[in-house]
Design a protein around this ligand. Structure first.
Ligand code: NAD
Ligand code: LMR
Length: 328
């Protein structure tokens, strides 16, 4: 067994938390040889429910679960955290766009950014799942000036996984045969799931599909609006799949993307692909040793360019709105 890793999770008594905690505790994130110390943050009224979740964690008798601490004080819970998964935020309900949550959820991320800045471990990595995820990550990052900006990311892995699954269904391929999928931009309906650089068994995915109408009128909107479709069907926003994607994203970040593949991660733009610097924008990235690098040199045609710019424009609007609210 190696040194325990402190994993902080916010919104731990929520829907996503109920899937996520058990997977982390069972070793799905850090492997069977790394003990996990869970640090769970909730708002005061949810602490009782969280105690119940902890009872269930106890009852699983996971050999990888070293300890669990719960509380409503971010400075205490984030103390020494090596990984912070910021899930806690109000989910949207039917008819809302994720941007409608900017004000409601933005304030959470100023407080948590400041607390992380003060007490997290030197090697902390911070993944934001709570919506609007990209802009919440921007808020947390802006309120944590001592933490390198490369340590913040927002979740677009769920969109990435949705895109893999849709493409597999269309082509009859196995999801495991598809590589180099990319989600560009915002975790919102403007995101751009890009099959033009993806490969199926090493062949260009767009060529395998050979159906531009399907890509434009079916694939892209289905992936981009999948969150709303789940809300419509379930009456509640995605939870198990969001937890699974949160694990996939953090695992790849810490342990590296597989050789010959990449992942989609929303990270602080350095201006790559003409995206305004500083936006938390989803790019294709490779990761190694806890660091990410944006995949460079992909050819971008006019179709892709327009979609990449449209989702960047929405992120600029969100950034300006939270600036106006004094959150960054
Ligand atoms: P939920 O309402 O079931 O749970 C949210 C939890 O957060 C609640 O228990 C609440 O008490 C807690 N919370 C609220 N404010 C908090 C604070 N300041 N500190 C700590 N905890 C706090 O919601 P959920 O379904 O688990 O979803 C959580 C968030 O994740 C939502 O914003 C949702 O839209 C988002 N989400 C993102 C993705 C993605 O792909 N990025 C996917 C699904 C859901
Ligand atoms: C999702 O994509 O399922 C989540 O972001 C929830 C939502 O509001 O769509």
């Amino acid at each position: 067994m190696t040194t325990p890793v402190k994993v902080a999770v916010t919104g731990a008594a929520g829907q996503i938390g109920y899937s996520l905690l058990f997977r982390i505790a069972s070793g799905a994130l850090l492997g069977p040889d790394t003990p996990v110390q869970l640090r769970l943050l909730e708002i005061t009224p949810a602490l009782k429910a969280l105690e119940g979740v902890v009872m269930e964690l106890d009852d699983c008798a996971f050999t990888t679960l070293d300890s669990v601490e719960i509380g409503d004080d971010a400075t205490h819970i984030f103390d020494g955290a090596n990984l912070a998964l910021l899930v806690g935020a109000r989910p949207r309900t039917k008819g809302m766009e994720r941007g409608d949550l900017l004000e409601a959820n933005g304030a959470i991320f100023t407080t948590q950014g400041k607390a992380l800045n003060e007490v997290a471990a030197d090697d902390v990595r911070i993944g934001v799942t709570g919506n609007p995820a990209n802009t919440n990550a921007l808020i947390a990052m802006s309120n944590a000036p001592d933490i390198p900006r490369e340590r913040f990311s927002a979740l677009t892995r769920l969109d990435h996984n949705r895109a893999l699954s849709q493409l597999a269904a269309k082509t009859g391929a196995k999801v495991g045969d598809i590589t180099k999928m990319t989600i560009w931009g915002n975790h919102s309906a403007t995101q751009y799931p890009d099959v033009f650089h993806a490969e199926i068994g090493g062949r260009n995915a767009a060529e395998v599909v050979d159906d531009q109408a399907w890509i434009e009128n079916d694939f892209i909107p289905t992936v981009a609006k999948r969150g709303a479709a789940i809300i419509e069907a379930r009456g509640a926003s995605s939870a198990a799949s969001a937890a699974s994607a949160t694990i996939d994203a953090a695992r790849d970040w810490l342990q590296g993307t597989p050789e010959g593949d990449w992942a989609s991660m929303a990270v602080a733009s350095d201006g790559s692909y003409g995206i305004p610097e500083g936006l938390i924008y989803s790019y294709p990235v490779t990761t190694s040793g806890g660091d990410w690098e944006i995949v460079q040199g992909l050819e971008i045609d006019d179709f892709s360019r327009a979609k990449m710019d449209a989702t960047a424009a929405e992120l600029v609007e969100e950034r300006d709105a939270v600036k106006e609210l004094g959150l960054i």
